[in-house]
Design a protein around this ligand. Structure first.
Ligand code: SAH
Length: 198
């Protein structure tokens, strides 16, 4: 009813038990449509936002996807349920470790976790079919567009530290992109070389 019509996305959201990503004290909130703390001052995204970003990516099975901001690993699981091959990067060491442990324990195979500043993308494994940024950026880092395949899509919240607009970039050829906007959202800041200062 909020505008999520992609049945594969809805099925993935229905399949993944969100409570396993929650601390015991917050368990009762696990199935509310809100963001919640996951430690290190970070949050697990709102299910609606996870669904929206995933729907905008138009994931096809086998797509090579870069996720910037692994956080809890919840969005990563949704992408893996859709049979993406996932590269996910996180700048907080504890969260990087935890996400890796979760994804392994769920039995997913097609993922690689990285501990680094994802605002630079991940050149080594580029180009990607899709790139998703799950933290709010001050501007769209050009380097991310360059790491997309032609025809690839980048979904990124862009704005100030409190509120952003959900942007989708489609790379149509070497030099040209199409940019669409999909309403306001509120993410923790993307911190790094092409993001905010700490
Ligand atoms: N996708 C996550 C959302 C986590 S919140 C989930 O489903 O839970 C955003 C995350 O982005 C935080 O964990 C934060 O530490 C991380 N982050 C912020 N800037 C980053 C950067 N430059 N590179 C990688 N991760 C970053």
């Amino acid at each position: 009813s909020k505008g999520i019509y992609d049945l594969a996305v809805l099925k993935a959201i229905r399949t993944i038990p969100r409570h396993v990503f929650f601390d015991e004290a917050l368990l009762k909130y696990a199935y509310q449509d809100n963001a919640f703390p996951i430690g290190e001052g970070q949050t697990i995204s709102q299910p609606y936002t996870v669904a929206l970003q995933t729907q905008l990516l138009e994931i096809l099975p086998g797509d090579k996807v870069l996720e910037i901001g692994s956080g809890s690993g919840y969005q990563s699981s949704v992408l893996l349920e859709l049979d993406a091959t996932l590269y996910t990067i996180e700048r907080q060491y504890k969260l990087y470790q935890k996400a890796k442990q979760f994804l392994t324990s769920f039995g997913y195979k097609n993922f690689n976790c990285f501990y680094d500043d994802g605002s630079k993308g991940l050149e080594k494994h580029s180009p990607y079919d899709k790139i998703i940024v799950t933290a709010g950026a001050p501007t769209i880092p050009n380097i991310l567009i360059h790491q997309l395949k032609i025809g690839g899509k980048l979904v990124i919240p862009v704005g100030n530290k409190e509120n952003q607009i959900m942007i989708r970039i489609t790379r149509i050829d070497e030099k040209n992109i199409i940019q669409d906007s999909f309403g306001t959202c509120s993410f923790v800041p993307l911190i790094g070389e092409n993001g905010w200062n700490e």
